[in-house]
Design a binder for this molecule. Structure first.
Ligand SMILES: Nc1ncnc2c1ncn2[C@@H]1O[C@H](COP(=O)(O)OP(=O)(O)OP(=O)(O)O)[C@@H](O)[C@H]1O
Length: 357
């Protein structure tokens, strides 16, 4: 088996007294797209910078295709890097921006021309070669930045919040472009830093969830979404309700039975084994909560918000547990303040409580 494209082994990064990254172990396979997802300040950019060589790890090693590059400067690592504010050279035309890394590598002129045309076409910017960055929109500048990063045909492309400076419509468009680009570059590994779960879900094969300078959880995208192990992942990825439940029966491998507000459900212990009698958190996505006029668990409807594609309902179960639901229609539901019935499906993940990890 070939070595992973990227490997971080116990990488810690300190800035003075701030620990920005704590003993991160992470691998990215060849051609794989990994999203680093987490709230602001969780250490995502620092992890990416450690791969790029922009920060030096306090401890640990960084390997690219099996080679230890911890002591190499960024330009010797052969990576493509795109950051949120484009960072194009303002005094250079588009074609020269894209050619920069190729010329630095002393590639023959004719080949540089061909490569520049190839990558500019790839990002739909072939007609803009003669423009200066200031003559381009934000989205166009970001396309050029991606073309520049791809020009050297890097085995790994590092993207740090590449869409965050763009407006919502353009973000959607660029996300679709990035997906298409992935199809054209099946061998290029992608490390994608974002705090936007939608981008991570759309682009990544695997997601690494970060919090407070630590890796909370890493796994295939659909697994992290459907079977999160920790409360933090469940709430950050998909905004799950975290309902305090009591474990009634836990037969080992299979589903557990849990109790909440007098009702019992089957739940999947994704966070590890649970014992009967223990308290745990059930992760329930708002769109899986059913709300009706009667039957189910008794609750009170506290608020209704229209969200365009549907409605968000704030509820409170008897006993005081808050619960959020998303429904497509409120036809037939009583007014705010009234009592309703709530159903929660079997099979929701039973996650570990606490800081997560
Ligand atoms: N150059 C620096 N000097 C001092 N502290 C830094 C520096 N860069 C980052 N930090 C600190 O390290 C921690 C992690 O920062 P990092 O930029 O990796 O977070 P992030 O998850 O990428 O956040 P964001 O989404 O806001 O960019 C933060 O507490 C930040 O303040």
């Amino acid at each position: 088996m070939s070595a992973p494209a990227v490997e971080l082994r116990g990488v810690s990064v300190h800035f003075g007294r701030t620990v920005a990254l704590r003993e991160l172990d992470l691998t990215v396979g060849r051609g794989e797209a990994l999203a680093l997802l987490g709230p602001s300040g969780s250490g995502k950019s620092t992890a990416l910078k450690a791969v790029a060589g922009f920060v030096r790890p306090h401890t640990g090693r960084v390997l690219l295709s099996g080679e230890d590059v911890t002591d190499l400067p960024p330009h010797r690592r052969g990576l493509g890097v795109v950051v949120q504010n484009y960072a194009l050279f303002p005094h250079m035309r588009v074609a020269d921006n894209v050619a920069f890394g190729l010329r630095a590598r002393r590639m023959p002129r004719r080949q540089v021309e061909e490569r520049v045309s190839e990558v500019l076409s790839m990002v739909g910017m072939a007609d803009y070669r003669r423009r200066f960055p200031r003559e381009l929109s934000g989205g166009q500048q970001q396309r050029v930045a991606i073309a520049r990063a791809l020009a050297i045909r890097p085995p790994v492309l590092l993207l740090d919040e590449p869409l965050s400076a763009l407006d919502a419509a353009l973000r959607e468009e660029m996300l679709a472009e990035l997906l298409r680009l992935r199809g054209e570059l099946p061998d290029t590994a992608l490390v994608y830093v974002t705090h936007d779960q939608g981008e991570a879900l759309a682009l990544a094969d695997r997601i690494a969830v970060m919090r407070d300078a630590r890796l909370v959880e890493v796994g295939p995208t659909d697994q992290l979404y459907h079977r999160p192990r920790t409360e933090f992942t469940a709430s950050f990825l998909g905004a799950a309700n975290l309902l305090p439940v009591e474990v009634v029966a836990a037969p080992g491998d299979g589903p557990a039975t849990v109790r909440l507000a007098g009702a019992e459900f089957r739940a999947e212990p994704t966070g590890g084994p649970v014992a009967a009698g223990a308290r745990a958190a059930l992760g329930v996505r708002p769109h899986r909560v059913e709300v009706r006029t009667d039957g189910g668990m008794p609750a009170r409807l506290l608020a209704v918000q229209w969200r365009g594609t549907g409605f968000r309902l704030d509820l409170e179960l008897d006993g005081g547990t808050p619960l959020r639901a998303e429904v497509s229609s409120v036809d037939g539901l009583p007014p705010v303040g009234a009592r309703v019935g709530v159903s929660i499906p079997d099979g929701c993940p039973l996650v570990t409580t606490g800081a997560g990890g």
